[in-house]
Design a protein around this ligand. Structure first.
Ligand code: DGY
Length: 334
């Protein structure tokens, strides 16, 4: 940006090298080379100086922080698809634009949802551990050992048929699963036809009829504990739950209880209610091979993280060129 004062861009976490290098070329970029999560005080101080804040899902940018921000803060360009960690309404009240990084992590996240759909019924993590824990010492193949459950021919119920939910459906169809879904709006007839998908306007009714449930909806006040104790109890005792969306969509305590009591067969989780803390009762279930747990890594490919960085840069550039950034997030309508 020749002859223009470069915006001061405060980036809360370490980003891939090519993204950071480009940001240093384009902006007055304050990086976080050692990647230590920033404290609330550090964020508050940065928000009184920076023109742009680039947070990630590990930062809670709530109304209090936003209200205390200096008048120079014009843009919160989040390095994330989900935006539940930013109070978008408070930002709008203060005239701050918010952007995210949609699309570029869709396929990677859907891959991991599919991996978890396979992992639990087919005992993938347990099988891998047999070899590593016993240092390769096992008794060999047996007709009745390590039997899991076939997923081909089963029914998958997708909650949230947006970009990621649809990408999960495409994969699952190829694995021979029948696609069922619940969404605020029905998808287009073409999409439904190509996926041979069955729409349920009643989530309760869908839950009682599918073998695997995949949570793919965003975290909003309306989806908080959408999978409540009551809804989890509607699932079949042979069914599994997979969550690659946000921990808060599932009542974790109720899920643990349902699995303990044999009301659900198991779960594959990449996200948790109180990240980075994982409920010890879930860890215990993992040791008993009832759940497969991953540390929020569905979008963790170098390709997606570079593309996310590219989106952040484009959003910042577009904003300071006086245009509407492509990935603007608007406050939810009441
Ligand atoms: C996001 O960006 O919302 C993802 O959860 C990060 O993996």
């Amino acid at each position: 940006m020749p002859n223009k004062k470069k915006p001061l861009v405060y980036i809360t976490r370490k980003l891939p090298d090519p993204v950071e290098t480009r940001m240093r070329e384009l902006f007055e970029a304050e990086l976080n080379i050692d990647d230590a999560p920033r404290s609330r005080e550090e964020l508050a101080a940065a928000m009184t100086r920076a023109d742009v804040l680039v947070p990630t899902v590990t930062d809670r940018i709530d109304a209090e922080l936003i209200e205390a921000a200096g008048p120079q803060l014009k843009l919160i360009a989040s390095f994330s698809n989900g935006i539940d960690h930013v109070d978008v309404e408070a930002a709008a009240r203060k005239g701050i634009t918010v952007t995210n990084t949609p699309n570029v992590l869709t396929e990677d996240t859907a891959d991991m949802a599919m991996a978890l759909i396979l992992a639990v019924p087919r005992r993938l993590a347990e099988g891998a551990r047999v070899l590593t824990d016993r240092k390769g010492d096992w008794e060999g193949w047996s007709p009745t050992w390590m039997l899991g459950h076939r997923i081909w021919g089963k029914r998958l119920g997708i909650i949230g048929m947006g970009r990621i939910g649809t990408a999960v459906a495409r994969r699952a169809k190829a694995f021979g699963l029948a696609i069922h879904y619940h969404n605020r709006h029905r998808v287009s007839p073409q999409t439904e036809a190509s996926l041979e998908a069955t729409y349920w306007d009643s989530l309760d009714q869908m839950l009682a009829r599918v073998d695997i449930v995949s949570v793919n909806c965003p975290s909003t006040p309306a989806t908080y504990h959408l999978m409540s104790a009551r809804r989890l109890a509607l699932m079949q005792p042979t069914s599994y739950l997979v969550n690659t969306a946000r921990g808060g969509v599932v009542d974790e305590t109720a899920l643990i209880k349902c699995i303990r009591e044999g009301k659900i067969a198991g779960a594959g989780l990449d996200v948790f209610e109180n990240e980075p803390i994982v409920n010890p009762k879930l860890l215990k279930l993992a040791h008993e091979n009832k759940v497969v747990l991953l540390p929020h890594m569905s979008s963790a490919t170098i390709e997606s993280r570079i593309d996310m960085g590219e989106k952040v840069i484009i959003n910042i550039r577009t904003y300071f060129d006086g245009h509407r950034p492509p990935d603007r997030v608007l406050p939810r309508r009441a």
